[in-house]
Design a protein around this ligand. Sequence first.
Ligand code: PAF
Length: 291
Amino acid sequence: MHHCTPSLVTTREELASLLNETSRPRVLVPTMGALHRGHAALLETGRQLAGDGGTLVASIFVNPTQFGPGEDFDAYPRSLEADLETCAAAGVDVVFCPTREEIYPTGLSTTSVSEASLSQGLCGASRPGHFDGVCTVVLKLLNLIAPDTAIFGKKDYQQLAVLRRMVADLDVPVKIVGAETVRQSDGLALSSRNTYLTPDQRTQATALRRGLLAAHALHRAGDPTASDLVDRVRATLATDAPDARVDYLELVDCGSLAPIAPASPIPDHALIAAAVFFGKTRLIDNIELDR
Ligand code: PAF
């Protein structure tokens, strides 16, 4: 059992010398902290993949380069003490919690990684530069930590797809594992941003998952078009979440994230992906359409 206190390191030198003493497999769960049960599930998967003899590393870094101007970088919740307890309970061996200067020592990085295909639509369209920031920091973490496996949640479905593509395109020797979304009992996907919601917005936010499930049921029951499914989600939001503002709601191919035409029947391996504002808080969720 791994219930020891994890080693906390903040500099790349400490990280390197500590990792030198550890055995493989080495598994990395990159996070921005504010850890909730969704992260705990990633860490538990990581612990299993590392096994008793291997090493589980969690990184905690609120990466400034993936936040756009006017986004919530300053407001993003930070809870290091509780996060360390979550890491300890999940059996994490090493927590890497660098400062901004440690990760970006020359200030603004003049080299960045840009995935130019899967990053274009969905969140990429409404958050310009976001996935460049994600790819850049994740590649840096992969280089600093050199894990055998890195784990990312499926709630950020596009992020997972973009990172899979990045490591394939750049021959990064790591296996990427996707982990299932963890939800509240009313279906709301766990997110650090849920803490921004007012009680009323929190109630309305459950409509997103209900709408996605209703669309999924419609798909299983017959042969809807892509726009039938989008309309189904919109109808649930219209009745149950009057204050919701849809950022995007799209049917895409699970692998390429290419949009499925509105009048088209639903191919195998389709995904409904959504981003919806409740007040100023932007939440995302998705559902894979299987039969
Ligand atoms: O998903 C996240 O928490 C972040 O985007 C990640 C992968 C840790 C990169 O900063």
